[in-house]
Structures are given as structure tokens and as C-alpha cells.
Design a protein around this ligand. Structure first.
Ligand SMILES: *Cc1c(COP(=O)(O)O)cnc(C)c1O
Length: 411
């Protein structure tokens, strides 16, 4: 057996061969190959870096401005969202991804791209705290808000043009929406928004870059709650943006530096560790979700199932056309109304009653338990975040709990 020659330190920094996203989750964001070097990036805790005089481009200065603790994850996420640019090497001018302290910090930075007084068109069903923030910014006079049904393309286009002829400054999309799982026609809406010079931001948390890549449809900024699928183990709160345009990316980075919602080194390290298994986790969770949605649709104690992967779902054709899968979130309305939904959540044994989503473990919650959830979300809607457990165990638990809950609700 011959020992392979160590990788040459003067290899070009990028390899132009595109690879599958399933490979990128494993290979992107690694340190340069040097004999005896670390396979994984280290956790870098330093808050300051040796520096004097005028700093060279890319030189680290201070932990709020930029640190090697963020870059491997940012490189990996950027490679995933921009598959057309994807290479095994690292971009020499820094990745266009920006990691933040939370999904909401990333959303706050993206909303700061709206000029003062600009109009934002946003889904009436979206992550509830995004809507809380939009309303807060509206109350403070920083923007004007129009909420729309994102599945209704004509209504969104009309809102973008504006009733009084003043076009929108930003289209905020979430697709599929949280928690209603409506699917927006992303390519058509991006084109309509760009027709009126509005920026398009897509919260792609539910889909992950394996299932949907909004930049390829022309979106300007993608935001993620990294807390969910990307980190994937319910042990990290983190967010990120990706923007192809260097000027937009620069503004997002500047917002992070100035407002200070920076990510901790350990959290980013855990998120990159979680990302390594994203493809396996998403594949299993999606397969489980598809199987459970199919079985739930025929269940005697179920009123309605929402899952874009079901052929009869209103979002199915659109999702099939623009996504590489249907995700692993299922909306379920059990028999017995609100009481039936509460009884279901109280009765499951393997499923965990909990908020959040995208972890390896299956969780569920009735969304209207929160006063801030949109009033057009049905009171009995239970959001299932399907995990990677054995599907028959998940089914047995749900099936038994649905049957028991319908009895409780009737009593
Ligand atoms: C959870 C979530 C967020 C907020 O992210 P945090 O990491 O909790 O701040 C934003 N958008 C969607 C779609 C989410 O599910």
C-alpha cells in the first residue's frame, strides 16, 4: 500500500467541479487540507485578534465584527444556497452568508433593508414573531405593512403594485408558511416584485436549502432560523441570511456589526456539526412526514391534513414545480375541535408537546395556544414537526392518541 501524497498547500483555492448538495453538507466549510491539520474547524473563542495599522481585507480584528468561529458555517450555508456557484473550495472574497444570534436577529437585519416609510407586502400566515416585528416597525412609523394570502398570486401582485400606485419596497415571503403550509409561487412573485423594484426576502426555514433554493428563483435574500433543521438537534438558537448581491450582503453584515446580534462560537460550531447530517435527517423526516400525512388523511378522527406532498393539497402542484421535496411539517386538525386538539397534544407519549420544529425528535403543538398567532389560523390546528424516528412507532402513538382524544373531546 502506498501512502497518498499530502495535499499540496498550493492547490488552487477552489475546485470548479459542482457537487450534490448532499455532498456539500458534509464537505463544505472545512479548513484547508494541510498535513497534520485539523479535519474540522476549531472552536475559536478569542474576542480580539492581533492587528495594527490599517487592517488588510479579511483580517480579523474583533469578535463582534468578524471571527473565524463563524466562517466555516457561513461558507457551508452559502455553498448550499448557491448551488450554481458550488465548489468544494472556499470563495476567496468571503461567503455571502451571515450568521446571527437567532432567526429573529437575521429577520430584523433583513427588514432593516426597507427604506424608512417603505411598504412591505408579507404573508398573513407567517412565523408569528416576524409578524409581531413587522407590526412593531409599522407602529414606530418605520414601514407600512400589507398582509396578503401568499398562495393568491394575483392578490400579492396587486399589493406589490399598491392600491394608490405606490409600489412596495419589499416582498417578504415564507414558503411553505408557518403554520398553514401555504405555498407561494416563488418565481412568479419574484418577477412581479422586481417589476416594481421591490426587494424579495424569503424565509426558507421550513424547506432548508436541500428542498428549496430561493436565490435560484431570483430572490435577493434568504433567511433561516438555523435553530430548526440546519442545526437540527434542538440545542442551538441561531439564524442566518444569504444574499448574492455584495452591496446587500454588506448591509446585512454592517447591521450585525452595529446592532450587535452576533452568534456565539459554540452555537455556530454545533450548527455546523448538525449540518453535516442535514441530508440524511431531511430525507428521513420527509419520508416519515409523507407516510404519516397519507395515513392521517384516511384517519376516522381527523378533519383535515395539510401537507404539500399530498396530491390533493392546494399547494401540491406549485411545491412539486419549485421544490425538491415537500418538507416534514404537517398541519393536522383532529376531530373534536380545540378540545380534541388539546387532548391529542396531552395524550401522545413518543411525540413531544413542544414549540419549535426541525429537530431529530417529533414534536407537536396547537398553534393558537399563543395569543399572538394569526386569528385566521384555525383554533384546532396542530402543527406536527416530523422527526427521524421509526415511522411505525410515530404512527402507533399518533393513532392511539387521536382515538383517545376524540373520546375525551366527546365526553
Ligand atoms: C422559528 C422560526 C423563526 C424564528 O427563528 P428563531 O431562531 O427562533 O429566532 C423564523 N421563521 C420561521 C419560519 C421559524 O420557524
Amino acid at each position: 500500500m502506498t501512502t497518498p501524497a499530502p495535499a499540496s498547500p498550493d492547490l488552487p483555492p477552489t475546485d470548479p467541479t459542482p457537487v450534490s448538495p448532499r455532498t456539500l453538507v458534509v464537505s463544505a466549510g472545512r479548513p484547508p487540507r494541510t498535513p497534520g491539520g485539523s479535519l474540522n474547524p476549531p472552536v475559536v473563542l478569542s474576542s480580539t485578534f492581533v492587528s495594527q495599522g490599517s487592517p488588510a481585507p479579511g483580517e480579523h480584528l474583533y469578535g463582534r465584527i468578524g471571527t473565524p468561529a463563524w466562517e466555516p458555517f457561513e461558507q457551508a450555508l452559502a455553498a448550499l444556497e448557491r448551488l450554481d456557484h458550488a465548489t468544494l473550495g472556499l470563495p476567496s472574497d468571503g461567503p455571502p452568508a451571515t450568521v446571527f444570534a437567532s432567526g429573529m436577529a437575521a429577520i430584523d437585519a433583513a427588514l432593516a433593508l426597507v427604506p424608512v416609510g417603505g411598504r412591505v407586502v408579507a404573508p398573513r400566515h407567517a412565523y408569528q414573531v416576524t409578524l409581531v416585528l413587522l407590526r412593531e416597525l409599522e407602529e414606530r412609523g418605520l414601514l407600512r405593512l400589507d398582509v396578503v394570502d401568499v398562495a393568491d398570486t394575483e392578490a400579492v401582485v396587486a399589493a406589490l403594485r399598491g392600491a394608490d400606485g405606490t409600489p412596495a419596497a419589499m416582498l417578504w415571503l415564507e414558503s411553505p408558511t408557518n403554520p398553514m403550509l401555504e405555498v407561494a409561487d416563488v418565481p412568479a412573485l419574484v418577477a412581479a416584485a422586481h417589476d416594481v423594484d421591490a426587494l424579495v426576502v424569503v424565509d426558507s426555514t421550513f424547506a432548508t436549502p436541500l428542498v428549496q433554493r430561493p436565490l435560484a428563483h431570483g430572490a435577493d435574500v434568504v433567511v433561516h432560523s438555523v435553530t430548526k433543521y440546519l442545526a437540527g438537534h434542538s440545542d442551538v438558537v441561531l439564524g442566518a441570511t444569504v444574499a448574492d448581491d455584495p452591496a446587500l450582503h454588506g448591509r446585512l453584515v454592517a447591521h450585525r456589526t452595529t446592532h450587535g446580534a452576533i452568534a456565539g462560537p459554540f452555537e455556530v460550531w454545533l450548527a455546523l456539526r448538525g449540518l453535516r447530517t442535514l441530508a440524511l435527517r431531511v430525507e428521513r423526516a420527509q419520508a416519515n412526514a409523507a407516510e404519516l400525512a397519507r395515513r392521517l388523511a384516511d384517519h376516522a378522527h381527523v378533519v383535515e391534513v395539510r401537507y404539500p406532498g399530498l396530491p390533493g393539497d392546494p399547494g401540491h402542484a406549485r411545491a412539486a414545480a419549485q421544490m425538491d421535496g415537500f418538507g416534514a411539517i404537517v398541519g393536522l386538525r383532529p376531530a373534536g375541535g380545540e378540545a380534541g386538539a388539546d387532548a391529542l397534544v396531552a395524550t401522545v407519549r413518543l411525540w413531544v408537546p413542544a414549540t419549535s420544529l426541525g429537530g431529530v425528535e417529533s414534536t407537536l403543538e396547537r398553534r393558537r395556544r399563543f395569543a399572538t398567532e394569526s386569528p385566521t389560523v384555525p383554533q384546532d390546528l396542530v402543527r406536527l414537526s416530523v422527526g427521524i424516528e421509526d415511522v411505525d412507532d410515530l404512527w402507533a402513538d399518533l393513532d392511539a392518541a387521536l382515538t383517545a382524544a376524540s373520546r375525551t373531546a366527546q365526553a
